[in-house]
Design a binder for this molecule. Structure first.
Ligand code: NAP
Length: 336
């Protein structure tokens, strides 16, 4: 039987500062015959994520080699009874049109009627799980509390705002990088207040948006956002530190903020970082909580879907610059 040819993306240079398309190359790969226990997956959706920027630095991804990332696809050839042809799977051999994966590296997706497949990369995937874990396990958000979410119009942020509402938050404040995103937060996603972080000091914007102070901060940005939030948190407030996207292009340069870190002591704050991969056991909790709300329409998977594998690099670079609203996803082929 003729073997399909896969188109793949490799990283070919290490960026100094913001990456460019020249740091990547498209390469053709022949797909090898399957060994016992392997499947061939035709990839349908791929996630592009901020952590990938960190992988581009020395010590991360190898140059001129296959890359990784979260991907959804359909099994088109199988040498394991565990994953027959037609099974929809999640795996991490991304940045290519077809992937050969061992059965242990691919997970059959639960089919939730009425929920789009792409949700397994957005609200029901690692992105939504990060928001869930940050709010419930790390910050332990309580009903009635005021929560601030940064990068609020992104994947984790848009999930966090909607989850915080369902968890009974009293007031939900978000920051994002444009007036259009601010309107999206308040008009579509149910945030009580939102601001564009380009519009002056974060501390001033937070004082206007949450005059009685914050109980919880879900930090996706770091730097001046973290400094502003430390200043706005009430005594015994909690920070769930999820990411620091403002820093990823400048990892060799120490961030100028936060300058008020010692207020963590003065206000008896709790600041706790977390990695979602250490909380994969929370997935069933998230499914139980969220799937009924997705089916009822109370929660919308907020996604920017870029079509065509040839646009995967642009989608990744665009996400780093804020071109996405909600989770940035690349669609390679038609979804079922
Ligand atoms: N701890 C974990 O396990 C874990 C898991 C997943 C994600 N994360 C982290 O969560 C954060 C969000 O990830 P995501 O996948 O949901 O990405 P995302 O928010 O969908 O996309 C990144 C967003 O960052 C914003 N941004 C870029 N540069 C910025 C800057 N200098 N200051 C403020 N905002 C900036 C852009 O939106 P604007 O237009 O608003 O600037 C962009 O849309 C990232 O820090 C990521 O590393 C952590």
């Amino acid at each position: 039987m003729p073997r399909p040819t896969a188109l793949a993306v490799h990283q070919v240079a290490r960026p100094a500062g913001a990456p460019t398309a020249d740091d990547f190359a498209f390469v053709e790969e022949s797909v090898p015959p399957l060994a016992e226990g392997e499947v061939l997956v035709e990839n349908i959706y791929q996630s592009v994520d901020p952590y990938m920027r960190e992988e581009m630095d020395e010590g991360g991804w190898e140059l001129h080699a296959p890359l990784e990332g979260r991907t959804l696809g359909r099994v088109v050839e199988s040498r394991t009874p565990a994953l027959p042809v037609g099974t929809l799977v999640h795996h991490r051999r991304a940045w290519r049109t077809h992937s050969v994966v061992g059965a242990a590296g691919a997970t059959a997706l639960p089919g939730f009627a009425g929920v789009p497949l792409s949700a397994h990369l957005s609200v029901l995937g690692g992105t939504g799980l990060s928001a869930w874990v940050g709010l419930t396990r790390i910050a332990r958000l309580q009903p009635g509390e005021t929560v601030f979410v940064s990068a609020a119009a992104g994947g984790v942020g848009s999930a966090a705002g909607q989850l915080a509402r369902l968890l009974g938050a009293g007031r939900i404040v978000g920051s994002a990088g444009s007036a259009a995103k601010v309107r999206h937060l308040t008009d579509r996603l149910g945030f009580d207040a939102a601001f564009d972080y380009h519009d002056g000091p974060i501390a001033d914007r937070l004082h206007e948006a949450a005059p009685d102070g914050l109980h919880v901060y879900l930090d996706n940005v770091g730097g001046d956002h973290l400094e502003g939030a430390i200043g706005a948190l009430r005594d015994h407030g909690r920070i769930a530190w999820c990411g620091a996207v403002a820093q990823y292009n400048h990892r060799s340069r120490p961030p100028a903020a936060p300058r008020n870190l010692f207020d963590v002591v003065g206000k008896s704050l709790r600041l706790e970082g977390f990695l979602v991969r250490d909380h994969l056991d929370a997935k069933p909790e998230l499914y139980d909580f969220l799937v009924p709300h997705l089916r009822s329409g109370a929660v919308v998977p907020d996604e920017t879907v870029v079509r065509g594998f040839e646009n995967v690099v642009d989608a990744f670079l665009g996400m780093l610059r804020g071109a996405n609203t909600g989770k940035m996803i690349v669609q390679l082929t038609d979804a079922p």
